[in-house]
Design a binder for this molecule. Sequence first.
Ligand code: SF4
Ligand code: SF4
Length: 576
Amino acid sequence: MKKLMLGNEAVARGCYEASVKVVSSYPGTPSTEITEYIAKYDDIYSEWAPNEKVALEVAIGASIYGKRALSCMKHVGLNVAADPLFTVSYTGINKGLVLAVADDPGMHSSQNEQDTRMIAKAAKVPIVEPSDSDECRRFVKFAFKLSEMYDTPVILRLTTRVSHSQSIVELEDREDYQSEYIKDISKYVMMPAMARKRHIFVEEREKLLSEFANNCELNRIEKGDTSFGIITSGISYQYVKEAIPNAWILKLGLVNPLPQKLIKDFCNKFEKVYIIEELDPFIENYVRSLGITNVHGKDIFPLCGEYSAQLIKKVILGVEDNKCDKLSIELPIRTPVLCPGCPHRGIFYAIKKVGTITTGDIGCYTLGALKPFEAIDTCVCMGASIGMAHGINKASDNNEKAVAVIGDSTFIHSGITGLINAVYNKSNLLLIILDNSTTGMTGHQEHPATGFTIKNEPTYMLNIVELCKTVGVDNVDVIDPYNINENVEKIKKSLETKGVSVLIAKAPCRLHKRFRIDKKIRQVDNKKCKNCKMCLSIGCPAISNKDGIIKIDENLCFSCGLCQSVCKFGAIITKE
Ligand code: SF4
Ligand code: SF4
């Protein structure tokens, strides 16, 4: 049977067909939907973990117990999971262990453009890289087999375009396999004496995998009629096929380790070989390390951002092909904004009024750095805001108390340890936890403080107030993010109080279906409006100023009332 599927959906299907038993992940665009689709299969246990390190550890446990297991994350999540990854490369697995890691060339929703292949190489684990949805399904199944053949975790590397585009997928039945747990401390307990032996195993495995790569079914040569050859993989293969359909191509599906003999033989056929790969010169560096010189890669192709068929045509054939690039109308520039009704808006408004150095974090609330708030000074990685505010405090000569902001999901992901550190090391900082009761940015996933599992089943709800008190914060207060005046006073007071204080700005994301409320839409009474433009300063997309007339779009208004509280003239009223 054939079905049109998203790349991420096809990965989920492949896992079902491979009889995967356990999936543990942390949401992160572009990988999130893999686990959401997996949650629809009753034969697979799936969960959201508090972070990627925990998620991978869960999958490792399941694999060692004798069941196939998967962990999904985005590229920056692999940094968090790197600790267990580097060691599970030594222990190896019992039944197949696969990490689905989605890179984001072009940084559509990421803070950097790092290349997962580099981490896989450092950790000495194989990578397979699909180019379309059916390959997503087939390659993940292959990855489980490869994992078991060579006693290794395997990374399925995706990129945004593969994860989020659709193509036809051929469905197959769910497989069967035997599972058994065998106690083996020399393999699974990585104390130095055992780890030294396993390191030798890992190096031997690398050699065997390199040999295997030469005949691996995932690597293939496509004959063409061009005078040059192209080596490519992943989504770049699709761009090449569109740009130069009749080219000679060495398409690599197993991208670590790379097939030495296959590459040498291919390059010997041509005077010139182009290596087309997004992000780092991973394949290119390897090819050059073999002494092959008739290649072009990053000397002519960009190191940053996404590629396209147009780019390949231009660089290789010198042909400008703008027919897909240009639209007949100019689209207006749309800067990202917080949604109408967003509870974070009131907090950023209050922070701006107080005017203090504020470290930010990863989530919707990173937008607090932009106009009209410009309330955030930094954003580095998940959980960094608290450590950075602590660093600012310790670096300041006058014991400056900075503000750190972080979302509820991110606080649980990796903010908790930063808070423990701040208390332990006698910091002077104010932490504002923007608790909207969901993982907002990736699309409303559950986490340990929402009280629901990935299957929407009720579960124990982590109490963030009690947690903060337990780790040693005396000043913990829950505030209403929409109450600007009170919050300005509370932030000021907290900044004057010595030590670590926490304000939990608690109000659910208004767009979450669980928290939909009866709308009390606001509208502007233009007779009372003085056109002072104060309501525009909260940056709500529902409010506009057209030809000097302030208007509220009733279709966009989520009835939070924030605009009403900033209008000093009572010109914003609740529509009856
Ligand atoms: S804040 Fe009130 S008075 Fe000022 S522009 Fe907006 S609606 Fe008019
Ligand atoms: S228009 Fe006012 S009440 Fe409606 S969502 Fe925007 S700020 Fe909230």
